[in-house]
Design a protein around this ligand. Structure first.
Ligand code: SAM
Length: 286
């Protein structure tokens, strides 16, 4: 069904199915008709591609993806939307809807089973309450995907696309920069959604790197260290890592010194190379 961003059509659908928006599931549906075609086009939805969508709502983006890509697998947690989607997307034979929590779906298996012979990309208007966990989940698994294109709240976009060594950087920024080249695509005003959230949004794309930074001997340990480093942002690197990992402070301090980092350095001040040097020295010490 076209016109899924039309307020009248959305209200009619939601009334007929007795659907009420769930704030806790981050349900802000797109009502600006120009947004989904742009996400689909900039997000690699085209011939030869299979697309994974996260959070279908009533299928406004799913519809645009299915028009352009060979196949779409869309993951939606809210079972109340299943009958709605059967109506709005019923005309397509290249869409598979998976009624589950994206963080519980084995995405590698999904790609193997559903996208044989296709390149794969992810496109989504993400639920804001789990933006970072979803991005980390997708990136850290080293999935065979070309890109992840998502609409997220502006503040999240700034963190996701920040340069390392700046105040906006967080653990997710390190994961994004480690695995991908991030790019801000375009802004989307809060009035483009129903119900309207309190902040504007931004479309961003992560182009997955073929080769990740050199020098990490244990990726799981590296990301554990990064998460611990940002777990208490106001503390110094040494304090937050020693409390986050439950590690002896003098060993963490010695690792920082061997990595040529000053004792007072804070996690958001480190570059990728410094994070790698520090986690390698720490791994040797623990
Ligand atoms: N794509 C639709 C649109 O643009 O109008 C809906 C986007 S809405 C911001 C986010 C969607 O993600 C909702 O439909 C919500 O039910 C779904 N969702 C929330 N948490 C989820 C999870 N853990 N796994 C899968 N879907 C989820």
């Amino acid at each position: 069904m076209d016109n899924l961003s039309n307020i009248g059509i959305i209200k009619d659908l939601l009334d007929r199915y007795g659907f009420k928006f769930s704030k806790s599931l981050g349900q802000n549906f797109l009502i600006n008709p120009s947004v989904c075609p742009r996400i689909a086009e900039m997000g690699n939805a085209k011939a030869g591609f299979g697309i994974i969508e996260i959070g279908t709502g009533i299928g406004v983006l799913t519809n645009e993806l299915a028009k352009r890509a060979d196949k779409v697998c869309a993951i939606e947690i809210d079972s109340r939307l299943m009958p709605v989607l059967a109506e709005t997307l019923g005309e397509y034979d290249n869409i598979k809807i998976i009624n589950d929590d994206v963080l519980k779906v084995d995405i590698k298996k999904l790609i193997d089973d559903e996208f044989k012979g296709l390149e794969v990309a992810v496109c989504a208007n993400l639920p804001y309450y789990i933006t970072s966990p979803i991005i980390m989940y997708l990136l850290e698994q080293r999935l065979p995907i070309r890109s992840v294109t998502v609409l997220v709240q502006k503040e999240a976009a700034e963190r996701l696309c920040a340069e390392l060594g700046t105040r906006e950087a967080g653990a997710v920024t390190v994961a994004v920069r480690y695995f991908s080249e991030p790019k801000i695509l375009f802004n989307v005003s809060r009035g483009s959604f129903m119900p309207a959230p309190n902040v504007d949004s931004c479309a961003v794309r992560f182009d997955i790197k073929q080769t990740t930074p050199q020098g990490v001997s244990d990726e799981a340990f590296f990301f554990k260290t990064v998460r611990a480093a940002f777990s208490q942002r106001r503390k110094t690197l040494v304090n937050s890592v020693s409390s986050g990992l439950g590690a002896d402070k003098s060993a963490v301090s010695a690792a920082a010194e061997k990595a040529s980092l000053p004792a007072s350095i804070r996690p958001e001040q480190l570059t990728m190379e410094q994070f790698i040097a520090f986690s390698e020295r720490l791994r040797e010490a623990l």
